[in-house]
Write a protein that binds this ligand. Sequence first.
Ligand code: DGY
Length: 318
Amino acid sequence: MHDLSITRILVEPVLSRARRDFSVWLNDDDHIMSGDEIVAKSFESDALIICHSEMLTKNVVSQFSDRLKIVANYSVGVDHCSLEALKERGIVVTNTPDVLSDATAEIAILLLLGACRRAYEGDQMLRTGTWRHWAPSAMNGIQLTKKKLGIVGMGRVGQTVARRARGFDMEIHYTNRRQLPPELERGAIFHPTPKALFGEVDMISLNCPATPETDNLINTDSIGWMKPGVVLVNTARGRLVDESALIDALNSGHIAAAGLDVFQVEPGGNPAFAKFPNLLMLPHLGSSTHETRKAMGDRALDNLDAYFAGQEPRDRVV
Ligand code: DGY
């Protein structure tokens, strides 16, 4: 049996399957493991399953034991891994695409609806007993129906957000590295740059990976390209948004409402966000459904099974 170290507590059916097929070491107090701890584990492991909370920097990877052959990410995003360093060391890396698109798109729509329809404020009124009366002029929000939604990153999650948003008769616009073929576009309107997209749409959903090119994609300049009163949601990565610029835009009203599932600093988020009732926040819940968390684990284990059977893992990244 191969030795597998798992850096976070995964859901029970996944752990049972892992224990059936591997000799498993589990980080059973579920703390976020430091680079040094992961390096130490690499000397006892043929394979690792890690989450996006574990940082495999260049420095960490350079200290890995030659014994470690494969890192199976329990995430679709791989921005926490130095892929270059892992490739150089000949360590195979996999991720878990497809299986979390539905769950993440649900959270994008939840944030969009919640931000537009003032869900946080309404909930607070009930909890604090400040709901005085129904009033025609109070608590009016922004209607989603028939608005223009701009999707940044039309990969699997972006396309799923588009499908859900069509249920609200939204007009879908997008920007992406490449224009999609018509059967995937399904009538969505392509814009070659974020600048062209942002000037056109009423609401923006960030669904692209975090890369050096997308770091702080939402900044003072790019917010200036957006229509006044725009709504922004981010279910991708916190690194995409310059949080100070977002705070300025919420203060000025240029961004009318926002929904964030991801933050520059996780866990914790940004304490300066707390004062904005028009900002709906969640603690990185994109993939957190029972169904998806099991599917992600199965996908990671499928990748390990393929690798140790001498086959190409289906989700090989490097
Ligand atoms: C991912 O898979 O990249 C998610 O952000 C983790 O839930």
